[in-house]
Ligand binder design. Structure first.
Ligand SMILES: NC(=O)c1ccc[n+]([C@@H]2O[C@H](COP(=O)([O-])OP(=O)(O)OC[C@H]3O[C@@H](n4cnc5c(N)ncnc54)[C@H](OP(=O)(O)O)[C@@H]3O)[C@@H](O)[C@H]2O)c1
Length: 297
């Protein structure tokens, strides 16, 4: 039995579909039974903040997919929440935990990078078997509004001319599927990237082609972003961290390409053009007037 946390999320819903199609025994940990029903699978209703519900969900479980939302301004619940799951997994006699982390996770790293490193260390020390996937930025950020847009729907960022090897969450789910079902990947980390590093000008061109209208990429200095966030009421420390993350990416931190998706799944990672073609329906709801923050992750 596999427990899928974050089952209604960008990665989780792809993983649920895959496991269902293969008739693999699993249950989805969801906090909203209404949303959970759409997954069409066995549910364990609970919350990362409710230890009893985690313990109940883990009954009879051999492997766990561990994924929860990243950092927000002012709060960082991920460390406590995921640690709670890891501790409960030890008590429940779980075999392996497959954790979604982030590329660049390191002790003292900014926002999600530091938080994930803390959880990774906890998992390593737990005595459980584990596999950790460290994805690049998600292609899905451009659908959900987690990417940053101007009021007119143009793409806004501080990435300069650096490439980013965005990955499709369906590919992350495919890798997790392999790691949850077999013996591959014990006590290993996998940096998961897309097959190409695109600049945001190139991404804007692909979005333009997919939408049939011109989307431009507007590049701004990271410090200007931080100032805007502060003006919107975001704590100065968080805004400064976001700006520093932008600067890291502008320096090429997410420009590398790995073969991990192909190595684990036996097929190449999805290109941005393939992703946009698959998500045609969602793209029709393309955000105009959305402002968000992709780098908070
Ligand atoms: N975005 C990026 O570019 C990027 C890149 C690398 C790594 N990451 C990492 O990816 C992770 C996010 O993955 P994702 O995008 O698949 O997540 P997501 O789409 O934000 O979904 C989060 C999931 O967690 C569930 N959840 C939230 N709070 C919960 C709670 N208190 N108890 C139980 N379930 C709860 C949500 O359920 P509901 O349906 O009830 O809300 C949802 O299923 C983060 O750890 C982030 O650091 C992100």
């Amino acid at each position: 039995m596999i427990l899928v946390t974050g089952a209604t999320g960008s990665i989780g819903r792809h993983l649920v579909r895959r496991l269902r199609q293969q008739d693999i025994p699993f249950r989805a940990f969801v906090r909203d039974p209404g949303r959970g029903r759409e997954l069409d699978c066995e549910l364990a209703v609970g919350d990362f903040d409710d230890p009893d519900s985690i313990a109940a969900a883990l009954s009879g479980v051999e492997r766990v997919f561990l994924c929860s939302p990243g950092a927000g301004p002012g709060s960082q619940p991920m460390v406590a929440q995921q640690t709670r799951v890891i501790d409960a997994a030890v008590r429940a006699g779980v075999g392996r935990v497959v954790k979604v982390s982030v590329w660049g996770a390191r002790p003292g790293g900014l926002l999600a990078e530091g938080a994930h490193a803390e959880i990774e260390a906890r998992l390593e020390a737990s005595g459980l078997d584990w596999s950790i996937v460290q994805p690049s930025g998600f292609m899905q950020n451009f659908l959900t509004g987690a990417g940053t847009f101007t009021d007119g729907g143009d793409l806004l960022g501080a990435y300069g001319s650096a490439g980013v090897s965005y990955i499709d969450c369906a590919d992350i789910a495919a890798c997790a599927d392999v790691l949850l079902r077999g013996d591959l990947g014990s006590r290993q980390r996998f940096v998961l990237t897309g097959p190409e590093a695109l600049t945001h000008t190139e991404i804007a061109a692909r979005l333009s082609a997919a939408l049939g209208r011109t989307i431009s990429y507007i590049d701004r200095p990271p410090a200007d972003f931080a100032a805007d966030l502060v003006a919107q009421g975001v704590p100065a420390r968080f805004a400064a961290d976001v700006a520093a993350l932008y600067a890291e990416v502008a320096g090429g931190a997410l420009a590398g390409i790995t073969s991990a998706v192909r190595d684990l799944t036996g097929r190449p990672a999805t290109t941005f053009a393939e992703f946009l073609a698959r998500e045609r329906d969602l793209l029709r709801q393309w955000p105009t007037g959305v402002t968000g923050d992709a780098r908070a992750r």
